[in-house]
Design a protein around this ligand. Structure first.
Ligand code: ATP
Ligand code: MG
Length: 745
């Protein structure tokens, strides 16, 4: 299928076409301070993917300029994860720390040009002098040092003659720049620490903003892709290269939205905390969102890459529903994993009229998958079925075995209830049934109707197995950290029974019929003691758990993707449309709505043709706001929706405010830009501006700040409120949250 051109690919394509570069060179630059996670997979897919598609190169570079947190263990894990995803880097692994000498030379060049100086203000003073978004900063008196003085001091810094924090090297740019990053940014700081590669050779370490553009330049990188948080750093990225007279063809930075996923934390710092506090078994715990964890759990690299492609590359941050990831995992395994039988909680069943033993031939895949293969299944007088597949007092709608309802044993015969044997507590411990010899699967002449087929295993050949059933590691949609852990994220079933073929075969991933997809645990599995990780259950149990109220139930019903019942099945054309919407990165709910509603779909496509990279944002507006307005018989212009989506993507307004803008558009019959302007709805999305507000709020609320620090975490909301208030309600709430997390913790 043709790949959709995202905005990064368009840039690369144009740069190659215009001859700006002969070859595209990208890089993936992790800091070796933790294991890679699913968010990094997005970045890997972009950097390595683009290089591959355009016949270029991608470097793997350890961004290791911080001596205190980095480690060789992480370098190894990163290498392994990138290889596992199926990518290979150009030449040897690169290290920013290999460039320390060159970077030092570049710093000296800047000093000699009068573009950098050694500052000796304290950390607090530097912060204070920086000013705020509304007030310009003021330059340190040390900025007047002569070039000679600066050179001497910088060399002495390098030689380790000063303590940490005593001096820093700063670029001399503009203390009143509206971009706070340009207010004489730090280039080097003193750190007396042992670096995992350079040992004690250096007492000074370059800052990210200095090291990154130069590392890119040194490696001949053409396109330096990074996540949106670095938008304001771009000006500095360019300044460094320009100031040093490093001419085209030189690297340029482009930002894309990072992957955020519901029920998941994606910060290495928080993942490290889980590992250090032993809340998980390690970085590769199958519940972790790390690539090592997903690998151990049994997720395939292909599923991860498919997912990355489905979510697409956009320029607006959003949170992807983890259910979409699980969907991609199931979708991939569906065609790969043979169907076999496992009984989690066995109930003994004696088939009173069965003598001896019989071998059955059972296909490994259902016919619609179109894959061949079968295995032998034995059956004898005593078998086991799932305890919950039998009921003496069945509730309404129960389709399995009851005293009045026969059931089919999958791939075998129909059985009918005879007698239940109970223990002293009245609990059923065994049942007796009879079977119909003329009801064999595929050759059934019995004429008996059953409502379902259940899994079973033969007592003569079944093997005991351990199942590790994983659930989401966090129980809230937007987890903050360990306080939101799901206490039931791991359940161990010790005494499951499985059919013997599972152990005999080399196949590693299976669908245990009616339970889920399972993987032979890579470390603890042995033939004597088979252990399986549940990769994903067959159905998403969380969407049900969430729907407590009838309204949400109703909504979900409407949103149902039509793949598992409830709604009418999609026609062939609708299914194709559905797939094409998924490929644009839309959620399956929205893809489903558009596949069914021609009017919305064509509106969406028209708006998209006006603003090609805004698929997800436009889709959300169309599926919600436009949809509602259409139902009320109102007319909407595609142009206005494309513009509105751009305002959201550029973070000029939040998606929440966008709803107000939309309603005002209808009411006043004006375009979104005029509405935003006239009603003064622009949000503040400059992290520096928001940070300044945060600093002010913390300053004004010292008591609350202390209380928060000493454990009163409930005050987080208070601080969010104060910052939003200080901004006149216009600060970007996502950024407020993000930056407050950093400032308070
Ligand atoms: P974390 O916040 O988890 O510690 P990081 O950005 O500090 O992540 P790096 O090792 O610096 O981690 O990341 C390497 C590359 O991966 C960077 O280019 C970064 O932009 C990208 N990256 C990190 N997290 C994500 C994400 N969630 N989605 C997309 N790209 C990401
Ligand atoms: Mg980083």
């Amino acid at each position: 299928m043709e790949k959709k051109q995202d905005f990064l690919r368009k840039i690369v394509q144009e740069d190659l076409k215009s001859g700006k570069y002969k070859e595209v060179v990208t890089r993936f630059p992790p800091e070796p301070n933790g294991y890679l996670h699913i968010g990094h997979a997005k970045s890997i897919a972009i950097n390595f993917g683009i290089a591959k598609e355009f016949g270029g190169k991608c470097n793997l570079r350890m961004d290791d300029t911080n001596p205190t947190t980095e480690d060789m263990e992480y370098v190894k894990a990163i290498e392994e994860a990138v290889h596992w995803l199926g990518f290979d880097w150009d030449g040897d692994i690169k290290y920013a720390s290999n460039y320390f000498d060159k970077l030092y030379e570049y710093a000296i060049r800047l000093i000699k040009m009068g573009k950098a100086y050694v500052d000796s203000l304290s950390e607090e003073e530097i912060k204070e002098y920086r000013g705020t978004v509304t007030t310009p900063g003021k330059r340190s008196k040390y900025a007047n040092r002569t070039i000679q003085e600066n050179l001497e001091l910088f060399e002495r810094m390098k030689n380790g003659e000063f303590k940490d924090g005593e001096h820093v090297l700063r670029a001399k740019i503009d203390m009143s720049s509206p971009n706070m990053k340009m207010r004489d940014p730090l280039l080097y700081r003193i750190r007396h620490a042992t670096h995992y590669r350079t040992g004690n050779k250096w007492a000074i370490y370059p800052m990210y903003d200095f090291a990154h553009p130069l590392s890119d330049y040194i490696e001949g990188v053409t396109h330096s892709f990074c996540t949106l948080e670095f938008e304001n750093n771009k000006e500095l990225y360019d300044w460094i290269l320009d100031a040093l007279n490093l001419k085209e063809p030189r690297p340029h930075q482009y930002e894309f939205a990072r992957l955020n996923m519901s029920y998941t934390v994606m910060s290495k710092r928080k993942l490290l905390e889980l590992v250090n506090k032993k809340l998980v078994s390690g970085w590769d715990d199958p519940r972790m969102p790390t690539l090592a964890g997903l690998k151990r759990r049994g997720v395939t690299p292909q599923a991860i890459l498919n997912f990355c492609e489905q979510i697409g590359v956009a320029k607006a941050n959003s949170v992807v529903d983890v259910a979409q990831f699980e969907f991609a995992i199931r979708d991939d395994l569906n065609a790969k994993a043979p169907r076999v039988m496992c009984v989690k909680e066995p109930l003994e069943v004696e088939i009173v009229n069965f003598e001896g033993s019989e071998q059955l031939e059972a296909p490994l895949f259902p016919s619609d998958i179109g894959k061949a293969g079968s295995r032998k299944l034995s059956i004898s007088k005593t078998i086991y079925i799932e305890k919950e597949d039998f009921s003496l007092n069945p509730p309404k709608g129960y389709y399995r075995l009851t005293p009045n309802q026969p059931v089919r044993l999958k791939h075998a015969y129909i059985i009918e209830f005879v007698e239940a044997i109970k223990d002293e507590n009245g609990e059923v411990v065994k049942i007796k049934v009879k079977y119909y010899p003329n009801s064999k699967s595929g050759q059934d002449t019995s004429g008996i109707k059953t409502k379902s087929a259940i899994q079973w295993v033969d007592s003569k050949t079944a093997l005991k197995a351990e199942l590790r059933i994983y659930d989401r590691l966090f129980q809230v949609e937007m987890p903050k950290g360990i306080e939101d852990l799901n206490p039931n994220s791991l359940k161990i079933v010790k005494d499951a029974l499985i059919e013997p073929w599972i152990v005999e075969t080399n196949v590693e991933r299976f669908q245990f019929e009616r339970i889920g997809y399972f993987f032979k645990e890579p470390i603890d599995y042995s033939k004597e003691h088979p252990v399986f990780n549940q990769i994903v259950p067959l159905k998403d149990s969380w969407s049900k758990k969430k729907s407590k109220t009838p309204q949400t139930k109703q909504k979900e019903q409407k949103m149902h993707d039509g793949r598992s019942g409830e709604l009418a099945k999609l026609s062939k054309e609708q299914e194709a449309a559905f797939q094409s919407f998924l490929e644009l990165g839309l959620s399956k709910q929205i893809a489903n709505i558009f596949a069914r509603e021609e009017k919305l779909a064509s509106f969406f496509k028209d708006a998209l043709s006006l603003y090609e990279i805004g698929a997800i944002t436009i889709a959300n507006l169309v599926a919600n706001e436009v949809n509602k307005a259409f139902k009320e018989g109102k007319e909407i212009k595609t142009k206005d929706i494309a513009t509105l989506a751009q305002l959201i993507d550029k973070e000029i307004i939040s998606s929440k405010i966008a709803k107000d803008v939309f309603n005002l558009m209808l009411k006043e019959n004006k375009d979104p830009q005029s509405i935003v302007k006239e009603h003064n709805l622009e949000q503040i999305s400059d992290p520096n501006q928001i940070q300044a507000l945060i600093d002010e709020v913390i300053e004004k609320n010292k008591t609350q700040f202390e209380a928060y620090k000493s454990g009163n975490k409930k005050l987080f909301g208070f601080f969010v409120g104060q910052v939003l208030k200080a901004s006149g309600g216009k600060a970007n709430p996502r950024l407020v949250n993000e930056l407050l997390q950093k400032s308070l913790n």
